[in-house]
Design a protein around this ligand. Structure first.
Ligand code: ADP
Length: 319
């Protein structure tokens, strides 16, 4: 293997840059050239790529976002789009591709391998919703951003003795809401993986109130509905003042945590090693702190499992 390429696709995540850096440097160690493809699959179909020198990935390990930019492409979902991409890769003499992204991006990677082009996936998404890996790149940073925001909201919630409903990202996966809720001591956590029982939520608010607690924090994953809706519902049932905060895209940004930089560095290097070993259609993962690789088809056939014992723990600790 003499020349490989790397791209970032779908929702960006802090730590993607650290993964690009690791891929470039590990490849350089093996005297392999790396091309950076700009704007995800859109750029791949257009041949928008350029060689990344060791120096070009300097000073990015601590930066959020992705130096290669990210994009979503409808055209790439078609067979014609995928063939165009393979043609560009071959034209540039590239022999293997690393795709850093979420499950949508992995489906694209899967198609490229099926068309005869060796592709490896690295899980990069703040949602932590990829099966077969304990963590995805960006999750820890987003989690810390949310916890920091909740701590700040708690100060004002305490001062004004109010109930705050905070909406966080997570359409299908409640990991961010759950882990942030546990780490920040939220009274209730609403996630897509569990039933939303308003009677239970209100009862927990009342029981806190009876003990003298005058403020409460409720975390809502966007997948279960809007924070505004639940704030209205709680106000209707209790008559209490409620306030809503939708954290939105600040959850995507920021300098990656040390954990995400470590994870990205390990995964970026592992992806290069897999290509060197002649492997394709694999995703890199982390299981019990060991870097592993899994068949992408097998991984995509599964559903990400949220750790429900953490949910039970959060409920127990927030009485
Ligand atoms: P993420 O990778 O963060 O899940 P998306 O779901 O938007 O983000 O996927 C990113 C891109 O991957 C899409 O814009 C599309 O180009 C490509 N993609 C998604 N699903 C498929 C698919 N089933 N087949 C081929 N390409 C896909």
């Amino acid at each position: 293997m003499r020349k490989i390429a790397v791209l970032t696709s779908g929702g960006d995540a802090p730590g993607m840059n650290a993964a690009i850096r690791a891929a470039v440097r590990r490849a350089a160690f093996h005297e392999i050239q790396v091309y950076g493809v700009y704007h995800g699959y859109t750029g791949l179909m257009q041949g928008d790529m350029q060689e990344l020198s060791i120096g070009s990935v300097g000073d990015i390990i601590h930066r959020g976002g992705t130096m290669l930019y990210s994009a979503r492409s409808e055209e790439f979902k078609s067979e014609a789009g995928q063939l165009k991409a393979v043609e560009q890769l071959r034209k540039h003499g590239i022999e293997g591709l690393i795709v850093i992204g979420g499950d949508g991006s992995f489906r694209g990677a899967q198609q490229l391998t099926k068309k005869g082009f060796p592709t490896i996936g690295i899980p990069g998404t703040i949602d932590n919703d990829i099966p077969c890996t304990d963590f995805t790149i960006g999750f820890d940073t987003a989690l810390n951003t949310i916890v920091d925001a909740i701590d700040k909201i708690r100060d004002t919630a305490t001062s004004h003795e109010r109930t705050y409903i905070i909406e966080v990202m997570g359409r299908d996966a409640g990991d961010l809401a759950l882990w942030a809720g546990l780490a920040a001591g939220a009274e209730s956590i609403m996630i897509p993986e569990a039933d939303q029982d308003m009677d239970d939520i209100v009862e927990r608010l009342y029981s806190g109130y009876r003990r003298g607690k005058k403020h409460s924090i409720i975390i809502v994953a966007e997948g279960v509905g809007s924070a505004a809706h639940y704030a209205d519902e709680i106000k209707k049932r209790t008559g209490w003042e409620t306030r809503v905060t939708v954290l939105g895209h600040i959850q995507r940004g920021g300098s990656p945590t040390a954990f995400d930089r470590m994870l990205a560095s390990r995964m970026g290097a592992a992806a290069v090693d897999l290509l060197i070993e002649g492997k394709a259609d694999r995703m890199v993962g982390i299981q019990n702190n060991e870097i592993v690789d899994i068949d992408i088809d097998e991984a995509l056939a599964q559903k990400h499992q949220l750790n429900l014992s953490v949910y039970q723990l959060a409920r127990t600790l927030s009485i």
